[in-house]
Each structure stands twice: as structure tokens, then as C-alpha cells.
Design a protein. Structure first.
Lengths: 173, 107
């Protein structure tokens, strides 16, 4: 609420904004709500500092890589950024590949860095699949990085990862 | 095993089409991490292997771990060489296998 007044000292017109109780309460609540929202969001994103990866994950990954150096290209792993419920999180996997008998994807492995069991699934493909693509639902025990590794018929290994923030974990604990 | 497999193929299929085959089964996929109220572990019991064959030849395989959610949904693509018979099988930790056969007819 504002009102035009004349300064008692200079007689120049100026506008006074009076703070009445209604304005104060509304502004205060809005500020509090924004603070709470920002607080919640930063809490969720505060966990994007490098996360620890389980020993089972490192072991499982080493076994799959078998000494090869994976390249982070041509493979996509889709997962939501935030999963409300870790019991069933949809994912999709895809590799850009001609899928000919000379050049095809042999397998795609899906790994969790923080579940009790690291190897989530292995999908084995043949040229007749034509697309090295699949979808499914996985369990996520808690906020973590999820890794996908593809083995190609010519020995190339591809890798990619996604981070998922999990609100309620779901591995049966 | 009574896992009620459900298979979804496209309505109209022509030889040469690349189709998506969608499968769904009911299964608790017990992880082996859960405990009963008195503290003992509920033993793991999951479907650990899915194999799809077309006309007797394997076309897709999935090795599942306990990190796959209950009621596993498994889907894959395939170029249709002609009409024929699909055979899908799901094998669990106890070694039991459920088989479902579905014909693929081409328009």
C-alpha cells in the first residue's frame, strides 16, 4: 500500500510505502516458502558430490572390462534424475550400432554402485535384434550412480553413467 | 511357477519389419536382503534368466539380478524373417523354468 505525500521539509512529493500487517504476513510467508523450497532442492543436490562406489561394483566392473579401456560414447542410459520410489525405476538402454554380423553389440550390462548386489542385469544381443535397445525397471537402494557397459563384437567396450537421486530406497531392506 | 507371462507383439506384422517384443511376468523377485519380523533372512528367489527363441534359435537373452524390480518387464527388438513360433522361457533360482509359446503371423 502506497500513498503520495508531500515532504514536510521540502514540500517535494514522494511516495510512502506503508507496511501493514497483511502485507507483512503475505511477504513473510512467501519468503519462508521460497526458503524452504530452496533448502529442499539444495539438500537433494548437495548429494552430487562424488559418491562412494561399492566394492561389489568395482569387482563386477573389473570382471566385465577384463582389462579393456571403455570409451564413453555411442551408449545411452536413460533414468530419471529423481526417483520417488526406489522399488521400480524405469530405465532404457541403447547403443548406436549397425548390428551387422561384422559389427554388433554382444551384451549390455547394467550396474549399480550402491545396491547390495552390483550387477543388475546383462542383456545379450544378436544381429537379428537390429536395434541394441531395451527397457526395464530396476531397484535403487539409495541415491547413486548407475553404470551401463556395452561389449561389442569387435572387442570395443562402451560405458556411460547416470546419477539418480532416490527419495525412498528399495532393495528390500 | 505360475508367473502368468504376458507377451505383446504388434497387431500387424510384415516380413522384414523390425518389431518390439514386450514381455511381462508376475514374480516377487525376492532379493534375499529382506528380513522377517523376527530377524531371519527371507531367502532370495528371483527369475535369473530369460531366453527368447524364434523358430528354435535364440534371439535374445537376459540374465537378471536382484536389482531388477518385481514383475520383470523385458523387451527387445527383432527383424522378422517370416512367420514362425516364439518360445519364451523364464528360469528362477530354484531351477524351475516356465515356457510360453506365441505364434508370429505375418500379414
Amino acid at each position: 500500500m502506497s500513498s503520495r505525500m508531500k515532504s514536510p521539509y521540502t514540500s517535494q512529493p514522494f511516495t510512502v510505502r506503508s507496511v501493514n500487517r497483511r502485507n507483512l504476513i503475505l511477504t513473510g510467508s512467501a519468503a519462508a516458502a521460497i526458503m524452504a523450497l530452496v533448502g529442499r532442492i539444495s539438500q537433494v543436490y548437495a548429494q552430487s558430490a562424488p559418491l562412494e562406489r561399492s566394492a561389489q561394483f568395482s569387482e563386477a566392473l573389473a570382471k566385465i572390462l577384463n582389462g579393456a579401456t571403455p570409451t564413453p560414447e555411442r551408449i545411452t542410459l536413460e533414468l530419471p534424475e529423481i526417483a520417488e520410489n526406489g522399488n521400480g525405476v524405469s530405465f532404457s538402454l541403447a547403443v548406436e550400432t549397425p548390428m551387422t554380423t561384422d559389427d554388433y553389440v554382444k551384451a549390455i550390462h547394467l550396474l549399480s554402485t550402491a545396491n547390495p548386489q552390483a550387477l543388475v542385469a546383462t542383456y545379450s544381443f544378436r544381429p537379428i535384434n537390429t536395434k541394441a535397445q531395451t527397457t526395464g525397471r530396476m531397484r535403487l537402494a539409495k541415491t547413486q550412480d548407475v553404470i551401463a557397459v556395452a561389449e561389442l563384437s569387435n572387442g570395443t567396450v562402451l560405458i556411460c553413467e547416470r546419477n539418480v537421486k532416490v527419495t525412498i530406497g528399495g532393495c528390500g531392506n | 511357477m505360475s508367473i502368468k507371462p504376458r507377451i505383446r507383439l504388434p497387431e500387424v506384422i510384415k516380413t522384414g519389419d523390425v518389431i518390439e517384443v514386450k514381455t511381462l511376468v508376475t514374480h516377487v523377485m525376492e532379493t534375499g536382503n529382506r528380513k522377517t519380523p523376527d530377524g531371519s533372512i527371507i531367502p532370495r528367489n528371483i527369475i535369473k534368466l530369460f531366453v527368447a527363441k524364434f523358430e528354435g534359435e535364440e534371439v535374445f537373452r537376459c540374465d537378471l539380478g536382484s536389482g531388477i524390480a518385481a514383475n520383470p518387464y523385458i523387451a527387445f527388438f527383432m527383424r522378422v524373417p517370416g512367420p514362425g513360433q516364439f518360445e519364451f522361457s523364464w528360469t528362477d533360482d530354484l531351477g524351475q523354468t516356465e515356457i510360453e509359446r506365441t505364434p508370429l503371423t505375418t500379414a
